[in-house]
Design a protein around this ligand. Structure first.
Ligand code: Q46
Ligand code: ZN
Length: 300
């Protein structure tokens, strides 16, 4: 197999692009996909600082690496979820990454903010762990960005993540989630920072290859709560479709973004207010995060 660009021996075949690349040309391809995403959706500007939410996994660290290489003013944000050994190890990976590159890393702890770590929140709420975890992550990302003066948060969601989320929302016809599914969410309130996903054009396999070629030391184990999550089943279904029809994930997600999303967006008309307790953005009187923290406190 030959590199589509230079004719050398290729190390990676990308069937959905009908291409194959040697290692250096793959890195060029990868960075170009990120810069295309940034340009197309006006995600970032060179002047403004960007907070990169990192989990210690391959995607978020690959994203941080590309953004540093591209000259953006980045800081990392690590949210310590308190999920046993997984959190200890993933935090160490983020700290080592930041120290090796001389970039700042902000660390926030869910247990401090909510009153208990994710496994306890799960027990108290009797809901799937990802429910309290996801809610806390979204809240704390926005809060940290506001507190430290970042107008935008970048996350490492890739094509596989986005296609799986889309499939989950379509299967339940969650029209509010469909309206919000986008590689770039604008700020619709002074207390809501922009959220962008510069890796949405790249598959999980591609971010793994990038992390490997760039010698990024990331945590290979998944969060223990990821096992059995429905999002994993959705990813498996889409990967099976991709095997028989290369480009299936891409066409599913990109087709939605171009053709269907605008209709859902028009239908969405939520009014945002400020939580009367913490001041962050909510659609009700008290935000879901404050209600979660109350529930945890009551059970203590
Ligand atoms: S960290 Fe949290 Fe994920 Fe673990 S508990 Fe679920 S949401 S799986 S990305
Ligand atoms: Zn609140």
């Amino acid at each position: 197999m030959k590199c589509t660009k230079c004719g050398d021996t290729a190390t990676l075949e990308l069937r959905r692009h009908n291409a194959a690349f040697c290692a250096p040309d793959f890195l060029v391809f990868f960075r170009r996909q990120v810069t295309t995403a940034v340009r197309k959706h006006r995600m970032l500007t060179p002047e403004e600082p960007v907070l990169v939410a990192v989990s210690g996994g391959k995607d978020s660290l690959a994203l941080w690496d590309v953004l540093i290489e591209e000259g953006y003013r980045t800081s990392g944000l690590y949210l310590d979820l308190g999920i046993f050994e997984y959190s200890v190890e993933s935090k160490a990976k983020c700290e080592a990454f930041a120290a090796a590159r001389g970039v700042p890393l902000i660390v926030d702890t869910v247990a401090e903010a909510v009153g208990a770590p994710v496994p306890v929140i799960q027990r108290v709420t009797r809901r799937p762990p990802c429910s309290g975890c996801g809610l806390s992550k979204r809240y704390l990302m926005n809060r940290a960005a506001l507190a430290h003066g970042f107008p935008v948060v970048a996350t490492g969601h890739n094509l596989d993540d986005e296609a799986a989320t889309l499939l989950g929302s379509v299967l339940q016809w969650q029209t509010d989630a469909l309206a919000r599914q986008s590689p770039a969410l604008p700020s619709t309130h002074p207390k809501l920072v922009r959220r962008v996903k510069p890796l949405y054009r790249l598959s999980e396999r591609e971010t793994a290859a990038y992390a490997f070629l760039r010698r990024i030391d990331y945590i290979v184990e998944e969060c223990p709560f990821a096992r059995g999550a429905t999002s994993i089943a959705h990813k498996e279904i889409l990967s099976r479709m991709e095997d028989v029809s290369p480009g299936a994930k891409h066409n599913f997600l990109f087709g939605f973004l171009e053709k269907a999303r605008p209709a859902f967006e028009r239908a969405e008309g939520v009014v945002l207010k400020e939580c009367e307790r913490c001041g962050q953005v909510t659609t009700g009187t008290v935000c879901a995060f404050c209600k979660l923290a109350d529930q945890v406190k009551r059970s203590a």
